[in-house]
Design a protein around this ligand. Structure first.
Ligand SMILES: Cc1cc2nc3c(=O)[nH]c(=O)nc-3n(C[C@H](O)[C@H](O)[C@H](O)COP(=O)(O)OP(=O)(O)OC[C@H]3O[C@@H](n4cnc5c(N)ncnc54)[C@H](O)[C@@H]3O)c2cc1C
Length: 327
């Protein structure tokens, strides 16, 4: 059987593995200790935070069908959040999400979907690919310390575009498309409280501020955790402050969230910050996945299309559609 190495066990890597596993021997390599990539969850004492993707949509029939077993198993649920649009501190529009345009989350945490999809797959966690070198007709993968990870007929990277660009060999035919992907940064501020916050919304989009999003993480379905607030910076602010002292970033984002909500949020019992250097990107035109059959190299991920969970799946399926007939 054809041996395929997939770098990255986020949604793109996992869904690609499912699409090709009957035709190939698939091994996934993931640098983190768990699966999910940017569909990430962090637990701290009584609190839990989805500090990457907040929710996702499933507009295509193909993604809906893919998700159906996870929905039936209770791993994915609709989040009917009370939503508000803020213009600075002014709430300008409110509505409740519902069945007309479903917003989904993993249950009991965002990373649950990836964990569910990982079942039965050969995944090497805590393994950061450091090099991909020619070995006759095959690709030889090694980790950062140079330790041999085996040889593969195909190598696919689903890492964010700048990391895929660093990883894939110079001979890969689509390097420019990776170099052109305009990935943006984002800070995630995680605040945990002992008592519920006096908020009359579950999720908020924020304009005219250095923060772009807030959600009462503990209000998502299936969460049995202490009250929490998750705040995302704008991409523009994160891009400009990506190397700043984390304490300064934390203080600024708390001040912004306090200004917008009208609550002093400085007294949280738990405060943490995560820096996403490659968080998301605007919609882009171009191929939904990059395949180089002559070299048996490929790349896919949200960054081919748009910084969204569904785009990661769509890109992986576009690659699978081209790859499967070649196996
Ligand atoms: C702050 C934030 C908020 C977001 N909000 C939303 C939202 O509300 N709705 C939405 O739809 N989308 C949202 N997104 C985007 C969404 O999370 C992504 O589009 C999607 O998860 C991307 O999946 P992926 O598989 O393409 O990439 P990733 O999830 O990034 O997976 C790539 C994987 O590759 C691994 N990797 C990288 N380099 C190596 C290496 N050298 N060796 C081994 N493994 C490696 C990484 O660890 C990672 O697990 C958000 C993202 C962020 C960061």
């Amino acid at each position: 059987m054809t041996r395929i190495a997939i770098i990255g066990a986020g949604l793109a890597g996992l869904s690609l593995a499912h699409a090709v596993r009957e035709r190939a021997e698939v091994t996934l390599f993931e640098k983190a200790r768990g699966v999910g990539g940017r569909m990430a969850t962090r637990r701290a004492d009584l609190w839990q935070f989805d500090h990457g993707a907040q929710f996702f949509t499933a507009q295509s029939q193909r993604f809906q069908s893919f998700l159906a077993p996870a929905v039936d198993a209770g791993i994915v649920a609709r989040w009917d959040a009370r939503f508000v649009d803020f213009d600075g501190p002014e709430p300008v529009r409110r509505w409740q999400w519902g069945a007309d345009r479903p917003h989904y989350v993993g249950v009991p945490k965002m990373s649950a979907l990836a964990k569910y999809l990982a079942g039965g797959l050969d995944i090497r966690l805590a393994t950061r690919i450091g090099s991909i070198d020619r070995a006759g007709d095959a690709w030889a993968l090694a980790d950062e310390s140079g330790a041999d990870l085996g040889q593969f007929d195909w190598c696919v990277s689903t890492a964010p575009a700048p990391q895929s660009l660093d990883l894939l060999p110079e001979s890969f035919a689509h390097r420019q498309a990776m170099a052109d992907a305009p990935m943006r940064a984002c800070f995630a501020l995680m605040l945990g409280f002992d008592d519920p916050l006096p908020l009359d919304w579950d999720a908020a989009h924020v304009g005219n501020a250095d923060i772009s999003w807030m959600s009462a993480n503990s209000a998502k379905p299936g969460r049995d955790t202490a009250p929490s607030l998750l705040v995302h910076s704008t991409n523009a602010w994160a891009d400009a402050h990506i190397e700043d002292d984390p304490e300064d970033v934390t203080a600024h984002l708390i001040a912004e969230a306090s200004r917008v909500t009208g609550n002093d949020l400085a007294g949280g019992s738990h405060v943490a910050l995560h820096r996403w250097r490659y968080a998301n990107l605007p919609k882009r035109d171009g191929p939904p996945a990059l395949i180089d059959p002559a070299n048996r190299l490929a790349a896919c991920g949200d960054w081919c299309i748009h910084g969204r969970v569904e785009a990661a799946f769509t890109s992986a399926m576009a690659l699978a559609d081209e790859l499967v007939p070649l196996l």
